[in-house]
Design a protein around this ligand. Structure first.
Ligand code: HEM
Ligand SMILES: N[C@@H](CC(=O)c1ccccc1NC=O)C(=O)O
Length: 267
């Protein structure tokens, strides 16, 4: 497009001339996807849906970045693997902070539509589980416990169970640097050597730190989520059929990279 804007000639190179902000971002579709279950309308349900949809969009982005980071490790591009993990960290911080927005909803206002949500629950978030699997916490029992999984969603989870995790890719990096990775003892020694000579192993050390950061931020989200749940529903069971906060508390000790945490005790 060529034209004048504030007296200046502009050429945006808009070949074909039909793309607009709204058509590029497919806003007609995006903004038509917030369908409330409550009747009469509960004012806060739009916020509830919006928050979850934003989470899922960021989950999609996180999976995009983690997959590329894993592949960068497998192809010896450690700087790229670390660069992408750093982006994931900033998204993860944003996801934890978003809980603040949802907490502007009171339990009474949530109660206006909560009963309509059952048996749906965040437990059924396929992308959330994909992130866990890809990060290193593969647990096939979750796939079995999923209710109402579409064929496509099942295939995506099976694929994540099959493909290498970030941790496995990191082991390939250690192997490539000449370390034995056959058992936990060897691995501990390798990590100790990397930590003890950061001049020689700068890239591997930074990568290990970036993985640990990802692990820590995931743990922060779990902790933030369970406290919000206690604030919203106390000790009530969850809509997904679990004990609620009790179940979520049992997930708080989950760590993707226990060996990176163990290492701390011997540094
Ligand atoms: C009012 C706000 C929320 C409440 C009361 C709540 C409550 C719960 C409860 C009780 C569970 C356990 C499963 C069940 O039986 O239902 C759960 C799981 C889960 N929720 Fe939420 N949740 C809230 C908001 C969110 C948000 C905004 C997300 C973001 C996507 C989310 C994601 C998840 C995930 C991923 C799980 C599964 C966790 C795991 O298995 O480790 N929740 N939630
Ligand atoms: N499990 C929540 C309801 C809930 O938060 C939820 C319901 C449907 C879809 C996503 C949800 N978010 C997280 O669990 C509850 O028991 O109140």
């Amino acid at each position: 497009m060529t034209g004048r804007w504030d007296g200046v000639d502009v050429n945006f190179g808009e070949e074909g001339g039909r793309l607009t902000y709204g058509s590029y971002l497919r806003l007609e579709h995006l903004l038509d996807q917030q369908r409330l279950e409550s009747d009469p309308v509960a004012h806060d349900e739009l916020l509830f849906i919006t928050i979850h949809q934003v989470y899922e969009l960021w989950f999609k982005q996180i999976l995009h970045e983690l997959t590329a980071s894993r592949d960068a490790m497998l192809t010896d591009q450690l700087w790229l693997a670390q660069h992408l993990l750093r982006r994931v960290h900033t998204i993860e911080r944003t996801l934890t902070q978003q809980v603040d927005i949802l907490e502007t909803m009171t339990p009474q206002d949530f109660g206006e539509f909560r009963h309509r949500l059952s048996p749906a629950s965040g437990f059924q978030s396929v992308q959330f589980r994909e992130i866990e699997f890809l990060s290193g916490a593969k647990d096939p029992s979750f796939v079995k416990r999923f209710r109402g999984l579409s064929d496509l969603e099942k295939a995506r989870l099976d694929q994540r169970l099959d493909e290498p995790t970030l941790w496995e890719a990191f082991l390939v990096v250690l192997d490539g640097a000449g370390f034995s990775t056959t058992n936990e003892d060897d691995l501990h020694k390798a990590l100790q050597t990397v930590a003890g000579d950061r001049r020689q192993y700068a890239e591997i050390w930074e990568l290990a730190e970036a993985l640990l950061q990802h692990d820590e931020l995931a743990a922060s989200w779990r902790a933030r989520h369970v406290v919000m749940v206690e604030r919203m529903i106390g000790t009530k069971p969850g809509t997904g059929g679990s004990s609620g906060a009790g179940y979520l508390r049992s997930r708080l000790d989950l760590r993707y990279y226990p060996l990176l945490w163990d290492l701390r005790s011997s540094l």
